[in-house]
Design a protein around this ligand. Structure first.
Ligand SMILES: *Cc1c(COP(=O)(O)O)cnc(C)c1O
Length: 402
């Protein structure tokens, strides 16, 4: 699935487009399956019984609504904007991924599919998918790059315990991109029996829209909660951006509220050269990767660049197409945070608030730490804490010499 640099500007009016981005770039064999998925999803979305079943699971199984926690000590120490955390880390399985896995799992059940496949980077989406498959009694196969399997071993063991088969991927960079390619290959072969449960706001239409819809609950709750606590909207919402699902979920309800800054944080990795980071909006150019047209880290021949981040969940060469549109329109701002700053943010949040963030989420925390001091006391920052840090204890022990 090499990148193709698309020369012509695609039409904006087709479904599944975000400005010029998005769309559907897949082999012919998947077109009918994506059409069926789109049709079934639209029916499910409009079906009150489907929405009620999902709402019930989100509440009674996953633990929604998640709290909006005020960081008292951190705010005091930084001496500027008030900092709140949206606690997606408190969800069942430890990250926002379960919101989407439950939604798509119910959709697969409704479509009569008994076999689920998924890709995973940090392992959180694999764990969420394995969990939902156990809950709904479905077969589950998860593709995961060998590098990611080594650095997120705990999640591999969790998936196996939940009854999923984890298939290691030894091609390419052995990370998320290669896992997605393998999952797509499986889907092409087994499309009639198999549902592909994609984990981020990526891939061919309708995935970016569908995943965003399932994660939108984050900003729906966030808006209600901040209005209840503060009586006004936040100055900014900050979220880390891998494929972009937790960020689009946290941003979506605020898009019409122009006074609310939307800040996405990409993985700055260990340097600014191609291959050392995953900052798609610095050095990335529009192209097609894995079914969608968006910013891609690639060389001048369209070869996908290697990426690096201390957090497996942000280590991907492309970014969800809706973020590409929000970037170009200027509605959202995208910044980066390097490995060292993310690690510092983990320590700071752990010791100041007693909360261990996932390394991915720590990128968003780091941006709040950076900008809060220069802001006014009446400013409010809401950081989406996409997941908890338990899965990262191996890396943290190594990096922080615990
Ligand atoms: C997977 C993951 C991410 C990155 O994925 P997005 O789709 O960009 O949200 C971020 N944080 C955590 C905790 C994750 O597990």
């Amino acid at each position: 699935m090499a990148s193709v640099i698309v020369p012509a500007v695609p039409s904006e009016s087709r479904p599944g487009r975000f400005g010029v981005y998005g769309g559907r770039y897949v082999p012919e064999t998947l077109v009918a399956a994506l059409d069926e998925l789109e049709r079934e999803y639209n029916l499910a979305k409009a079906d009150p019984a489907f929405q009620a079943e999902l709402a019930d699971l989100l509440h009674n199984y996953a633990g929604r609504p998640t709290p909006l926690t005020f960081c008292n000590r951190l705010t005091e120490q930084l001496g500027g904007a008030k900092i709140y955390l949206k606690r997606e880390d408190l969800l069942h399985t430890g990250a926002h991924k379960i919101n989407n896995a439950l939604g798509q799992g119910l959709l697969a059940k409704r479509m009569g599919k008994k076999r689920i496949i998924a890709e995973t980077g940090a392992g959180q989406h694999g764990v969420a998918t394995a969990t939902v498959c156990a809950l709904l009694g479905m077969e589950c196969v998860v593709y995961m790059g060998d590098v990611d399997m080594a650095r997120q071993e705990l999640n591999v063991l969790r998936m196996r315990l939940l009854g999923a088969e984890v298939r290691g991927v030894s091609s390419g960079s052995q990370t998320l991109k290669d896992a997605i390619s393998e999952a797509m290959r499986d889907w092409v072969t087994n499309v009639r029996t198999t549902y592909y449960l994609l984990g981020s706001a990526l891939g061919a239409h309708p995935y970016p829209t569908m995943v965003r819809d399932f994660q939108r609950v984050i900003s729906i709750e966030m808006k209600e909660q901040i209005l209840e606590k503060e009586g006004r909207l936040p100055s900014a919402v900050i979220a880390c951006v891998g494929g972009g699902s937790n960020a689009i979920g946290a941003f979506y309800e605020f898009i019409p509220d122009r006074q609310v800054r939307l800040i996405g944080v990409e993985a700055g990795g260990r340097g600014t050269e191609l291959g050392e980071h995953a900052v798609r909006f610095r050095g990335g150019t529009p192209g097609v990767l894995q079914g969608t047209y968006s910013y891609v880290l690639q060389d001048e021949n369209g070869q996908i660049a290697l990426t690096h981040s201390v957090s497996a969940g942000l280590d991907y060469a492309s970014i969800g197409p809706e973020h590409a549109a929000l970037h170009d329109s200027g509605r959202a701002e995208y910044v980066s945070c390097d490995d060292a700053a993310a690690l510092d943010a983990v320590v700071r949040l752990a010791r100041t608030e007693g909360i261990l963030p996932a390394l991915e989420s720590a990128h968003a925390v780091a941006e709040a730490l950076r900008i809060a001091p220069a802001m006014a006391a009446h400013d409010i920052l809401v950081v989406n804490l996409s997941g908890r840090g338990d899965k990262d204890m191996g890396i943290l022990a190594q990096e922080l010499k615990l």
